[in-house]
Ligand binder design. Structure first.
Ligand code: AMP
Length: 278
């Protein structure tokens, strides 16, 4: 496995690879959720490239860009036995030698939920995803369902800009407790880890209502009731159309996505779960 930090070194390593290649993009502080993407990628293509880059463009003012965990040595140690060919871990100056002038406009899906609280977030995500896809030119790229709205926006970008690759989604990896794995879980104290279970519990309670043939309104009510009184500050807890991310009417049927964002102490966590409404 080669670890490279410049676009030039990356190009040199890519030139040595024959066959299909996959891309897994991360911000590092790797956990089993990231590794589940890598596992799929290495199984389904000849070569896998993993990028590790804490992208300043996707953090808003007052967010945790500086505090975000950076654990490159540990990340490399996890990727080596996973069958990864190249790790691309550039510095900020390598990716943004100057402030980029041409920007990607992610469109309406980026204005709701995560995009409402973090208005510049998805434009920053798509900027780096487009750049790294251009540098790596993979046939396949893997993204986690954990960031469902991001995944949908990346699919839309790939379609609308005729980018020549396929996006594959990987299910959310959870702790045994139900907590969705996240690099930001490292911010949590032991007590906060317990409090954080309220998110996945609310989603599971909403899904149970859907599985018991509850209407959309009941599914959302069950999720909201579940999180009421928990020691978290809810940013949003909604039942949306999994493609448009618009909230479903109380009488809607079919596929839905329960999505939650909440502050556990100062840490903002997100989670989601697919539901099927009879
Ligand atoms: P991040 O490092 O948080 O930017 O995440 C990099 C990639 O890993 C994204 O595609 C995420 O959706 C995915 N990911 C993060 N956490 C999980 C998880 N618990 N399960 C599955 N995928 C995840």
């Amino acid at each position: 496995m080669k670890v490279v930090t410049t676009k030039e070194e990356l190009a040199r390593e890519l030139a040595k690879l024959e066959g299909t290649r996959s891309l897994v993009m991360t911000m590092g502080a790797l956990h089993e959720g990231h590794l589940s993407l890598v596992e799929r990628a290495t199984a389904e293509t000849d070569h896998t490239i993993v990028s590790i880059f804490v992208n300043p463009l996707q953090f808003g003012p007052g967010e945790d860009y500086e505090a975000y965990p950076r654990t490159l040595d540990a990340d490399v140690a996890l990727l080596e036995p996973a069958g990864v060919d190249v790790v691309f871990a550039p510095e900020v100056e390598e990716m943004y030698p100057r402030e980029p002038l041409v920007r990607i406009n992610p469109g309406p899906v980026a204005t709701v939920l995560e995009g409402k609280t973090r208005p510049t977030h998805f434009a920053g995500v798509l900027q780096i995803v487009h750049k790294v896809m251009n540098l790596v030119r993979p046939q396949l790229a893997y993204f986690g369902q954990k960031d469902a709205q991001q995944l949908a926006l990346i699919r839309t970008m790939v379609a609308d800009l005729d980018m020549n690759l396929e996006i594959r989604a990987v299910p959310i990896k959870r702790e045994e407790s139900g907590l969705a794995m996240s690099s930001r879980n490292s911010y949590l104290s032991q007590a906060e880890r317990e409090d954080a279970l309220a998110l996945s519990r609310a989603l599971a309670d909403g899904k149970a209502a859907a599985d018991a043939s509850g209407a959309a309104g009941e599914v959302l009510a069950a999720a909201r009731e579940s999180i009421e009184g928990a020691n978290v500050r809810v940013d949003y807890l909604v039942l949306v159309d999994p493609e448009t991310f618009q909230e479903l009417e109380a009488g809607a049927h079919g596929a839905g996505l329960l999505a939650v964002a909440a502050y556990v102490g100062p840490t903002r966590l997100i989670d989601n779960m697919e539901v099927s409404i009879a």
